[in-house]
Design a protein around this ligand. Structure first.
Ligand SMILES: CC/C=C\C/C=C/C(=O)SCCNC(=O)CCNC(=O)[C@H](O)C(C)(C)COP(=O)(O)OP(=O)(O)OC[C@H]1O[C@@H](n2cnc3c(N)ncnc32)[C@H](O)[C@@H]1OP(=O)(O)O
Length: 719
């Protein structure tokens, strides 16, 4: 709703009241329409201020209404009525003005913002465009190039930038509502002819066609198949080339296509899923709202390799005191230099001072004695980690949380090396740790709810999207990656090429296909793990048994490349070739193609034609099937947890909503049918055998993804 009061005698103050973010729900819109009518008809009111309660102007249209039968007054005529008013209307922007919230402000005649406010036309991030006149008003106000940048990215701008761009008229450090009231008093009675943005001509660059062509090309490249950014460009083009009323028609037309699209549903699902993962629970019944985190003031990182350096930077950037420990002299000196460089570059980007004094370095593990929390990031070797945890358990003060950054090893086993296993959790960061948003917080059977709550809270402070998951080999993300990688290798054996497989996955929306990604991360990483698992048998033996390990199909292709010293980008050769070691541009490698042909001949495999659909079905459905197993095992609490892990940690295209959401869009019965088909064709690949949970969900009528948690609970209780 919206409250109307009269302040300073002649200013009508309209306050949006729809907690928590004053979203423009049907009731809120009706409230605004009624309050505006009242203000305009009250002769004592000479000017109007619109603000939001609780320090937030407006979080935009009510996203929860999308996909439902929307009632109440629509936004466009409501904003037109405000703009058409003959009494000046001032928006008082505190907190956030996003999406429809900023569009409402653009319909006002003036905008006063608090210096800490953030503004943005964020609709594109939800698969939409600013369809309450935003695509038509913003370019008229700030010009086409700046408007294109904001509308196609959904970027948030600070009040200072908004002032510079001309989006707001005044920025204040004082109470923005009080300042807006003063402003409203000062403009009462003045002509509004030059204040209605919809009447402005659109400042147009001379070569409109060239500009839009260039922007469209850039947007297509970065959109990775997302349709909303493209529609945004088309709508702004309408602003630049058509009169306002026709531009509005085009805006509505484009919005109508986006509004019901699967991509919009996927992106809106991600919006809510990202928030839902913060409300974690453990199988023991412990939950986010009943588990109290402990404050962390001082933390330590053990091991300053690539991961440890990133973690140290991320911790220091949150303002914590950090002790960074590296026992090897050479690595120690190098890490100190690198960490300072990373902090300086980060600070330069954000226009802040680098938090260099937050980190103290030591070569002695005893330096962590007084910290509240330790993150171990030594080499991925169980014996080494066991030793570190035994040492930490005796060195650290009572109550220190001991976390491991392992990406796959048994967190519970590490906990068993300590005196207080309840203080041990996994904090699995993704490289580079100071940049990547995902954090898997891994709880073992003995981790205390307080340890989980503390790690989750620390992750949030570090700006991470933290997801609590159970303990198993590879946790959620890497466990699901295994069948995906395996399928990619099998496809090569059967006749595909790295280019074909990567092409299909990139067209689907991944930033990098599986082989380019392996080259980037280093082929030797997986090789070492496979060696540890006893899977690697040196030399290229032929015959069917050469491709069987532990009773199941195995592809030694990756091992064979490693034997040749082809570790990916770092050695200049992997699944592709690179101009020199460390180069990043993958090129077609004739050697690799002859090698694959030779391999097939040696193993009596007749190459067959494989199309993109088979690549997608085999790679993605194998991964999704493992996702269902993870849900069945209770390792992830719900599909949202898996989806957020994949979107934030594994570059799964957000506009496809994550693997589990994607499965629900494809249809669970179809996923099941294709898995059955591939399992029949490849009975020696257990990952392809459809998981019981998937079968049971299909049998129970394939509930929509937001009902899976409930359905799984019910299925469990029937066992
Ligand atoms: C018919 C269409 C016509 C015109 C086009 C207009 C379209 C739009 O306006 S689309 C909406 C555009 N708005 C946004 O993109 C903003 C989304 N919200 C945010 O970015 C943030 O919530 C915030 C910056 C406004 C506040 O952040 P924070 O303080 O960290 O709180 P949370 O993000 O945790 O949110 C709290 C709570 O509010 C729910 N919520 C937030 N925004 C909306 C919204 N626009 N509609 C409905 N609900 C919203 C959010 O989900 C949280 O609730 P839950 O934890 O229960 O999920």
């Amino acid at each position: 709703m919206a409250q109307f009061t009269r302040v300073s005698r002649s200013v009508g103050l309209i306050t949006l009241q729809n907690p928590p973010v004053n979203a423009l729900s049907a009731v809120a819109r009706q409230g605004i329409v009624d309050a505006v009518k009242r203000a305009l008809s009250d002769p004592k009111v000479k000017s109007v201020v619109i603000c939001g309660q609780n320090g937030i102007f407006c979080g935009g249209a009510d996203i929860k209404e999308f996909g439902t039968n929307i009632t109440g007054p629509p936004l466009v005529p409501m904003i037109h009525a405000i703009e058409a008013s003959n009494k000046p209307v001032v928006a008082a922007i505190e907190g956030s003005a996003f999406g429809g919230g900023l569009e409402l402000a653009l319909g006002c005649h003036y905008r006063v913002a608090h210096s800490k406010a953030k503004l943005g036309l964020t609709e594109v991030t939800l698969g939409l465009l600013p369809a309450a006149g935003g695509t038509q008003r913003l370019p008229r106000l700030i010009g086409v190039p700046a408007a294109l940048n904001l509308i196609t990215t959904g970027r948030h701008v600070t009040a200072a930038e908004a002032l510079q761009l001309g989006i707001v008229d005044q920025v204040t450090d004082h109470n923005a509502v009080d300042e807006a009231v003063k402003f409203a008093l000062s403009v009462a009675g003045k002509s509004l002819d030059a204040r209605r943005i919809s009447t402005y001509p659109c400042p147009c660059p001379s070569d409109v066609d060239a500009l839009f062509e260039e922007v469209m090309q850039k947007v297509r490249q970065s959109a990775r198949g997302a349709i909303a950014p493209i529609a945004c460009v088309q709508a702004v083009r309408a602003a630049a080339t058509l009169p306002y009323s026709q531009g509005m028609e085009r805006e509505q037309e484009l919005m109508a296509t986006l509004f019901t699209s699967g991509q919009a549903r996927a992106l809106q699902y991600c919006f809510f899923a990202q928030r839902a993962v913060g409300r974690w629970s453990m199988p023991s019944g412990a939950r986010w709202d009943t588990s109290k985190p402990r404050s962390i003031h001082k933390a330590a990182v053990i091991g300053l390799g690539t991961m440890g350096r990133g973690i140290a930077v991320a911790l220091a950037q949150t303002g914590l005191s950090v002790v960074a420990v590296e026992t090897q002299e050479k690595q120690f000196m190098e890490a100190k230099k690198m960490v300072s460089g990373m902090m300086e570059r980060g600070a330069k980007r954000h226009g802040t001072a680098p938090p260099l004094d937050k980190i103290t370095y030591s070569q002695n593990i005893q330096a962590v004695a007084d910290v509240d929390l330790v993150i171990e990031a030594v080499f991925e070797d169980m014996a080494l980690k066991e030793k570190v945890f035994q040492q930490l358990s005796t060195i650290c003060k009572q109550g220190t949380f001991l976390c491991t950054n392992t990406s796959a090893l048994d967190v519970d086993h590490l906990a068993s090396q300590t005196r207080n296993p309840e203080l041990v959790v996994g904090m699995h960061f993704f490289a580079p740790a100071h940049v990547m948003k995902l954090l898997e917080v891994v709880y073992g059977p003995r981790s205390s709810p307080q340890a989980v709550a503390t790690a989750m809270q620390l992750g949030k402070k570090m700006g991470k999207v933290s997801v609590a998951v159970g303990n198993c080999r590879g946790f959620v993300g890497n466990r699901m990656l295994k069948p995906y990688l395996e399928q990619a290798l099998f496809l090569l054996e059967e006749g595909a090429t790295p280019e074909l497989v990567d092409g299909a996955l990139e067209e689907f929306g991944f930033a990098l296909g599986v082989f380019k990604m392996s080259d980037l991360s280093g082929l030797d990483v997986g090789w070492k793990v496979r060696k540890g698992d006893g899977l690697v048998e040196p030399g290229l033996a032929s015959g069917p048994s050469a491709r069987i390990r532990q009773g199941r199909r195995y592809s030694p292709l990756g091992d064979l490349l490693c034997e040749q010293g082809r570790f990916g980008q770092k050695t200049g050769q992997g699944w592709y070739r690179y101009d020199k070691p460390g180069s990043r541009v993958p090129r077609y490698d004739p050697w690799l193609h002859s090698f694959l042909e030779e391999y097939r001949t040696q193993h009596g495999i007749v190459a067959r034609r494989i199309d993109q659909q088979e690549v997608l079905e085999r790679c993605l459905y194998a991964l999704i099937n493992e996702g269902f197993r993870i849900l069945e095992d209770g390792i992830a609490a719900g599909p949202e947890d898996i989806d957020i892990i994949y979107v934030f940690g594994y570059s799964w295209p957000r506009h496809r909503g994550g693997p589990m959401f994607y499965a629900s869009m494809v249809g669970l019965a179809k996923v099941l049918e294709r898995l059955e088909h591939y399992h029949q064709a490849h009975p020696d690949v257990p990952y392809m055998q459809p998981c019981n949970l998937l079968r049971r969900l299909v049998a129970s009528g394939s509930p929509p993804v937001h009902k899976w948690k409930e359905a799984i609970k019910k299925l469990r209780s029937q066992l």
